[in-house]
Design a binder for this molecule. Structure first.
Ligand code: LLP
Length: 420
């Protein structure tokens, strides 16, 4: 459930009419709803209540905006980060270092140093090589890194291949059949305090079965590790729950997920950890856009050309992802059209042959479910700059990220003397 709804025929974010935001800051603009973020954060937490006091780390990559992180910090969420930049954002938003988990296959030595100095709560180590390097760096600094070993359970998550992470051929984690021995070797290193295992098999999962299969392997791994004399106090089950992108689409609910996890993890006797991203932020945001013009070709569906493009919302171009497209002030008429942006490549297509609200030049519309992996994946392709972000809270709203125009980006560029 989200808080974007029609009031007197006009789409609102909570109590704010979207045309008011468009008039004040222009389009395209990402609009987030605080009430929706909080609702999702609470529903997810309540769903996991049977697990005692799990550690909830919001996947910063899904929406790293400082104000969004702040909302989640106030809900008691920590952060799952994959770069120094994300770590610094989480800290800047007030999330304590001890509540931050550092994931990722390519942590650099400099990032390890920065994270150790900040007092990061947990490193999720993705290879033995990484563990050895981190151990050395930590020992040299006279400190100990708390770690989980990320394992690759070799499970097909059944999601888009570009966002599947738990198959043997993916770059993530260590092969689960090597994990017991590797864990023992890493546990013996002076700079590391190994405290458990981590998993994340993919994103936008529409079925709980692959997750259940992976978590079952996690349980077997914990038992095998203990039988081998190892100590396991934490288990990080990652993120991945899918969200509905189409009106009426049904996804596993957080409650169903929580029930499944509680069943599978019985007797593990560990602190459970989670890294949800999309399920918290996805339906808490829309990308508000304006129709530039409708281009009508004979015998074909018209092209609805909007002022948002693939650089602003990359998911359709990258994954063929569906985002519902709704007029801000629908008049009841419908049309079938191709929705495209202004960028000069055919990949800049949001939808083909879409049955949708009828729109005309100048109309406002939204791409829904753009709160996760939206603004964060933007680029400045075609020198379009970066669009602003707005956070709504009841009847008030604020710009929480300024528009960054092209000239601000090329201000960082130089023409060398020898070309002058
Ligand atoms: N933990 C780890 C280690 C991850 O790699 C991810 C996402 C998450 C947690 C959060 O997963 P979530 O709960 O959001 O599914 N750009 C793609 C999604 C990439 C996800 C990458 N990892 C998209 O737009 O669909």
């Amino acid at each position: 459930m989200d808080h974007f709804r029609l009031i007197d025929g006009v789409l609102h974010a909570e109590d704010v009419p979207l045309p008011a935001i468009a008039a004040a800051v222009g389009t395209p603009v990402y609009v987030y709803s605080r009430a929706t973020l909080e609702r999702h954060a609470r529903v997810f937490r309540e769903a996991l209540a049977p697990l005692g006091d799990p550690h909830l780390a919001f996947a910063v990559k899904s929406n790293p905006n400082l104000a969004v992180l702040r909302v989640l910090q106030r809900e008691g969420y920590g952060a799952d980060v994959v770069s120094r930049g994300e770590m610094e954002r989480a800290l800047a938003a007030g999330i304590p270092a001890s509540e931050i988990v550092f994931s990722g296959v390519g942590k650099t030595a400099a990032e390890m140093v920065a994270a150790l100095d900040a007092g990061i709560g947990q490193f999720n180590i993705e290879s033995e090589e990484e563990g050895l390097e981190l151990a050395e760096i930590a020992a040299a600094r006279g400190t100990i890194a708390s770690c989980a070993l990320r394992v690759n359970p070799d499970i097909d998550a059944g999601t888009h291949e570009k966002i599947s992470t738990g198959k043997r051929d993916n770059k993530f984690g260590v092969p689960i059949d090597q994990a017991v021995a590797m864990y023992a070797r890493l546990s013996a290193l002076p700079g590391l305090a190994m405290r458990g295992f981590a998993m994340h098999i993919g994103s936008q999962l529409s079925d709980l079965a692959p997750l259940e299969a992976a978590f079952t392997r996690m349980g077997e791994l914990i038992a095998a590790t203990r039988a081998n004399g190892g100590t396991v106090t934490h288990a990080d089950l990652g993120g991945g729950i899918g969200v509905p992108y189409k009106a009426g689409e049904v996804m596993p609910s957080p409650a169903e997920y929580g029930t499944m996890v509680a069943r599978v993890s019985q007797g593990w006797d560990v602190r459970m950890m989670f890294e949800p991203g999309r399920v918290i932020a996805g339906n808490a945001g829309v990308l508000l856009t304006q129709v530039i013009r409708v281009k009508r070709n004979t015998n074909r569906d018209p092209f609805v050309i909007v002022d948002a493009a693939m650089n602003d919302l990359a998911r359709p171009a990258l994954y063929g992802a569906w985002h519902d497209f709704d007029a801000v002030a629908p008049n009841g008429a419908r049309m079938t059209a191709n929705i495209v942006g202004p960028i000069c490549e055919t990949g800049d297509t949001f939808a083909m042959g879409r049955e949708m609200d009828a729109v005309e030049a100048g109309d406002l519309a939204v791409f829904r479910t753009a709160g996760a992996y939206g603004a964060t994946m933007a680029s400045s392709y075609n020198s379009r700059g970066f669009v602003p972000e707005v956070l709504v809270d009841g009847d008030k709203w604020a710009v929480v990220a300024d528009r960054i125009p092209a000239e601000q980006i090329y201000a960082a560029e130089r023409v060398p003397d020898w070309l002058a």
